[in-house]
Design a protein around this ligand. Structure first.
Ligand SMILES: [Zn+2]
Length: 376
C-alpha cells in the first residue's frame, strides 16, 4: 500500500514538471514571436526644415529599433513654407506599421549681402551706392537692398552707413559700409575771408567771377592759348592814348605757356636759387602770364617805374580795365616784388576799385585771399 502511494506521488511530480516545462517553452516561444513581429521606429525630434533645402524622407528617421522601412526614400518638396504630412511604413514579420508625422518648412536664415565696405566719391558727385551690391537668400526671393543712415553727397565727410535687406519671412540682414565724400580740388566752391564766392572749375579758380592766379591758386598745365581778345583790346586802347601823348608802349612778354614758364622758372632757380627766384618768377602753373590776361610792358626792369611811360601807366591803366598787379609796398601780400611793368586785365569796374585813387590795392586784399605756395 505504501509502495503504491509513493509511485502515484512520483507520477504527479513528473506530470507537474513536464507541464511547467511546457508552459515555459510556450511562453518563451510566444515572447519570441511577439518580439519578432514588433516594429519600432524613432523619428528625429526636430522636424523643421529650411525652405529650398535638400531633404529626403529617410532624413527624418533618427533610428530603427526593430523592423525595416518599406516606404521608398524620396526627395521632399521644400519650396513652400508650412506644414506637410509625411508617413513611413515599417514592417517586421507579419506586422506593418505606418508612422505619420508632420514636418514644417521654415525660413530662419537671413539674406546674405555682398557689398563693398567702403565707397569713395568727391563732393557733389553722386554715386549709386547699390551699384556693386548683391543679395542672396535661401528663399530665392528677389530681395531689395536699402541704404540706412544719413549722408550728403554735397558735404565732405565720412558716413557710417548700413546696407539692409529683409526676406518675406522677416529675416533681416545688415552690412556696414563707409561712404567717404572727399573734396574735389578741381571742382569746388569756397568763400573768401571777405565773403566773396570762390569757385574752382576744372582746376581754374574764379573769385566773384574773376580768374585768380597767384602762389595759392594755380592753373592746369594745359590752360591758355594766347592773350585774350579783351586783354589785347585793352592794351590797344591804352597804347593809342599813350601814343597821342608821345609815349611809347609795347608788350615785351604776353602769354606764356606752362612749359615756357617751367623753363623760365628753372633757369632763374639755377641762377639765383629757389628762394630768390620765387620773389620775382612764378612757378609753372602759378604765372599770370599763362592766363592770357597779363603782359609785361617795355623794359621789364625796375627803372621802368621812373620813365614817363611807367608813371603814366601807373595812374591811367585802370581806365582800360588794367591793374598794376604787384604794387609797391605789397610784396608780403602778393608774394612778389613791385612790378611796374606787369599789368593784368580785370575790367574797368574792378580796375577802378583797385586803383583806389592812386593807392593801388591788390586782388588779394580786395577779395580776402592769400598768395602762398602750399609747399616750401
Ligand atoms: Zn609779368
Amino acid at each position: 500500500m505504501k509502495k503504491r502511494k509513493r509511485r502515484i506521488k512520483k507520477k504527479i511530480k513528473i506530470i507537474f514538471i513536464i507541464s511547467l516545462v511546457s508552459i515555459i517553452v510556450v511562453a518563451i516561444s510566444m515572447f519570441l514571436i511577439i518580439l519578432n513581429n514588433k516594429v519600432n521606429l524613432v523619428l528625429k525630434k526636430d522636424l523643421n526644415v529650411q525652405i529650398n533645402s535638400e531633404v529626403s524622407l529617410y532624413s527624418f528617421v533618427e533610428k530603427i529599433k526593430s523592423g525595416e522601412i518599406i516606404s521608398n526614400d524620396k526627395e521632399i518638396d521644400t519650396s513652400t513654407l508650412g506644414k506637410q504630412d509625411l508617413s513611413i511604413k515599417v514592417k517586421n514579420g507579419s506586422t506593418t506599421k505606418e508612422y505619420k508625422f508632420t514636418i514644417n518648412v521654415v525660413d530662419t536664415i537671413k539674406p546674405e549681402i555682398d557689398a563693398p565696405s567702403e565707397i569713395t566719391t568727391v563732393v557733389n558727385k553722386e554715386v549709386d551706392l547699390l551699384k556693386d551690391v548683391s543679395v542672396s537668400d535661401n528663399s530665392k526671393e528677389d530681395i531689395k537692398v536699402e541704404v540706412k543712415g544719413e549722408y550728403d553727397f554735397h558735404k565732405q565727410g565720412e558716413y557710417n552707413l548700413d546696407y539692409y535687406a529683409k526676406d518675406s519671412s522677416g529675416n533681416e540682414a545688415t552690412k556696414q559700409f563707409k561712404l567717404i565724400v572727399v573734396s574735389d580740388p578741381d571742382n569746388m566752391t569756397f568763400t573768401t575771408s571777405k565773403g566773396f564766392k570762390g569757385e574752382v572749375i576744372d582746376g581754374v579758380t574764379y573769385i566773384d567771377g574773376v580768374l585768380i592766379v597767384n602762389k595759392t591758386y594755380s592753373l592746369p598745365s594745359d590752360y591758355g592759348n594766347g592773350l585774350t581778345s579783351a586783354t589785347q583790346n585793352a592794351f590797344n586802347e591804352m597804347n593809342a592814348d599813350a601814343k597821342s601823348l608821345n609815349l611809347n608802349l609795347w608788350i615785351a612778354s604776353g602769354y606764356r605757356s606752362y612749359w615756357t614758364q617751367n623753363t623760365l622758372y628753372n633757369n632763374y632757380v639755377a641762377l639765383d636759387g629757389k628762394e630768390e627766384a620765387d620773389t620775382y618768377s612764378a612757378r609753372p602753373g602759378h604765372s599770370e602770364h599763362q592766363t592770357g590776361l597779363a603782359f609785361d610792358l617795355n623794359s621789364v626792369e625796375e627803372s621802368f617805374a621812373n620813365t614817363d611811360e611807367g608813371k603814366w601807366v601807373k595812374d591811367n591803366c585802370y581806365r582800360y580795365g588794367l591793374i598794376i598787379r604787384y604794387p609797391k609796398g605789397k610784396e608780403n601780400i602778393t608774394g612778389y616784388m613791385y612790378e611796374s611793368w606787369h599789368l593784368r586785365y580785370v575790367g574797368v569796374d574792378l580796375a577802378t576799385k583797385l586803383y583806389n585813387n592812386g593807392d593801388w590795392l591788390t586782388l588779394e586784399e580786395y577779395f580776402g585771399i592769400d598768395s602762398k605756395y602750399e609747399s616750401e
